[in-house]
Ligand binder design. Structure first.
Ligand code: PGA
Length: 274
């Protein structure tokens, strides 16, 4: 199963990965709602101990709310992320937003290749890889989503699909060690997104362990530093069991990130690891 406990013990502090909890608001949040949600979250996080101290928290509101959320975050530890970016640089690309613009409005991270974009906007592996490269070029940390559909799982192809999605990324990863380690991979089985249907801990660890082995094989020691998030109907009630899994380094949270009490309860569930 993935990297063994022994492996984790080898480099001690050097190997530690900070748990990461990302709220993906998707196409939700007018200015007023975004402001309220951000304020509620910050109020909830203030003075919180436990999980809140053990993880990095990122909010990914829709593009139209990035600025207002950024203003409210101020100097808080919570970071901002975009939900998508153009593979192109500034120029004549109507309707697109590039990495420099996301940086300009305060983003540190950007989600790339979410399954809703893969399915509805024709984003295939090569374009997802180019978007990842654009994120690195523009100084953002990409959170690249991978995951199989129900048909692919039923056909016994889940790991093959995830392998193909990962393999498309490697040729376009930056060569510098410090940068490659900033890659974040989110495993989101498509059939578990927004459906309330959960992957079992066994299914999750199987794929996360597979991703970790693939990263180690292709990136050597840098692959140990890459964080692997799980996403797909993570809720307060199942978060602790999922986050406790060996190769799960946090979560990409959709629906449950839209209510501050739910999102805070998920943050509280982050365990002490590594
Ligand atoms: P969900 O969405 O938590 O609502 O299932 C997760 C995601 O799509 O990132």
């Amino acid at each position: 199963m993935g990297s063994s406990g022994d492996n984790h013990d080898l480099g001690l502090v050097e190997m530690r990965r900070r748990m990461l909890i990302v709220g993906n608001w998707k196409m939700n949040g007018l200015i007023e709602t975004a402001r309220e949600l951000t304020e509620d979250l910050l109020a909830g996080l203030a003075g919180r101990v436990g999980g809140a101290l053990r993880c990095e928290v990122v909010l990914c509101p829709p593009a139209t709310a990035l600025q207002v959320v950024n203003q409210h975050l101020g100097g808080a530890a919570v970071k901002l992320g975009g939900q998508d970016l153009s593979e192109h640089e500034i120029g004549p690309h109507t309707g697109e937003i590039c990495g420099i613009m996301l940086r300009n409005v305060g983003c540190w991270y950007v989600i790339v290749g979410h399954s809703e974009r893969r399915a509805n906007w024709g984003e295939e592996n090569p374009r997802v890889a180019r978007k990842m490269a654009a994120a690195f070029r523009d100084g953002l940390q990409p959170i690249v989503c991978v995951g199989e559909t129900l048909d692919e799982r039923d056909a016994g192809r889940a790991l093959d699909v995830v392998r193909e999605q990962l393999e498309a990324l490697y040729p376009l990863l930056p060569s510098q060690t410090g940068k490659r380690q900033q890659l974040v991979v989110a495993y989101e089985p498509v059939w578990a997104i927004g459906t309330g249907r959960n992957a079992t801990p066994g299914q999750i660890q199987e794929v996360h362990g597979f991703i970790r082995r693939n990263l180690l094989e292709r990136l050597g020691d840098d692959g140990r530093k890459v964080r692997i998030l799980y996403g797909g109907s993570v809720k307060a009630g199942n978060a602790a069991d999922i986050f406790a899994l060996e190769d799960v380094d946090g979560g990409l949270i959709g629906g449950a990130s839209l209510k501050s009490s739910d999102f805070l309860a998920i943050i509280d569930a982050v365990p002490e690891k590594f």
